[in-house]
Design a protein. Structure first.
Length: 379
């Protein structure tokens, strides 16, 4: 039967030659170019399963370490942000939402470890393919946009003289809108996913590009918007805040020829370096994903691409690093937040533990010399 018959038409741009189809796009294969496989578009678990045994062990260790550090960081940071001087502010509201979603995200990372060991079971394949990528990506984008909301709130306070306490109601409404918009915009992540067979007949989760090119284009556009726009917003807001503070300092001190804007700007950059850490963390950890995934890596990778695939997995994991370090990014560099941390029970217990450890170590060092001074001997 000719491939030009009604039931045997070539799909996805394939060319019909005689009784066979020639797939012009190398990622499509099959008698009618109906199957699609691209290493760079597999789900996290499916991509890891293509790697070596020792690489899988490394991934499990990295996942467990990231999730554990993330849980500890977010729980400690949440206890700080729940204190009254912080939670009554608009930024405090954003930070509470930020940490709450990050805790759930860290717990979901543990499910990736379970899926690696139980991938042969249908329920885990379904969970890994259709739900985990959507939920994790949604939570990643939520913390990114919450960071944007925080830096914009600081911009309103510094540049437009909004009250420091701000409006918690406004912060709650904006947080709710961010969650709804991101949840809806990530629907293509579910629509495009499908379980398919590789060349070696292994079941994997990948994008079904042939299902709808419109959904795929929507997915690409949404990914660009959720990564590029926050990076640009962070840079603009940070520069605006520091410029406003620098001009204010020049006005207060009085203008002189030796008092140049750029010198005061650099001085305020050092003094207000806590404003720099959050935007810098977002840019460092999410921009490489956009560059590698959308620009540098090949558009189609069927095999012999484990170096590129490992880069891809690494940069996807980097997306979750800022979500795992809210204490390092927001609490520790900020003098006000860190002073509130010192008032928590966690800090007191930590100080007591460290003091007891120091006293115990001191006794171990001093005691032998005391015994020797008393003329005693040990047997």
């Amino acid at each position: 039967m000719s491939c030009l018959s009604v039931n045997e038409t070539c799909l996805n741009g394939g060319s019909c030659i005689g009784n066979s189809c020639i797939c012009l796009n190398e990622c499509f294969f099959g008698n009618r170019c109906e199957h699609y496989f691209n290493l760079l578009e597999l789900s996290m678990t499916s991509a890891i399963l293509q790697d070596t045994f020792y690489a899988k062990i490394v991934y499990v260790i990295v996942f467990a370490a990231l999730a554990t550090i993330g849980l500890v960081n977010n729980i400690i940071a949440l206890t700080v942000f729940m204190r009254e001087p912080i939670r009554i502010t608009a930024c405090g509201t954003y930070l509470i939402v930020y940490c709450s979603f990050n805790i759930v995200l860290m717990l979901l990372i543990y499910t990736d470890i379970i899926s690696l060991f139980e991938y042969n079971k249908v329920i885990y394949r379904q969970w890994d393919c259709f739900y985990v990528p959507y939920v994790c990506l949604t939570f990643d984008y939520i913390y990114i946009w919450m960071s944007v909301a925080i830096i914009i709130e600081k911009l309103l306070v510094q540049c437009l003289n909004f009250p420091m306490l701000g409006s918690r109601l406004r912060a709650v409404i904006i947080s709710f809108l961010i969650i709804i918009v991101i949840a809806v915009s990530n629907i293509p992540e579910i629509k495009l996913r499908t379980l398919s067979q590789t060349f070696t007949k292994q079941t994997v989760c990948s994008y079904n590009v042939s299902y709808s090119h419109a959904w795929y284009r929507a997915h690409i556009v949404v990914s660009y918007c959720h990564i590029i726009i926050p990076c640009v917003a962070h840079v603009i807001a940070m520069i605006s805040i520091l410029t406003t503070i620098a001009r204010r300092k020049i006005y207060i001190r009085g203008y002189t020829r030796s008092l140049k804007l750029y010198r005061v700007w650099l001085e305020q950059l050092y003094i207000n370096r806590d404003l720099l850490i959050s935007p810098l963390a977002i840019i460092i950890f999410i921009l490489p994903h956009a560059v590698i995934h959308f620009i540098l890596l090949p558009q189609c990778m069927k095999d012999n691409g484990m170096v590129q695939e490992r880069l891809h997995i690494s940069f996807v994991l980097l997306l979750s690093v800022p979500a795992a370090l809210p204490f390092v990014i927001y609490v520790y560099p900020n003098r006000i937040y860190f002073e509130e941390f010192k008032k928590t029970n966690i800090y007191r217990k930590l100080c007591c533990y460290l003091r007891h450890r120091k006293e115990y170590s001191h006794k171990l060092i001093v005691q032998p010399w005391t015994i020797a001074g008393n003329g005693s001997t040990e047997t």
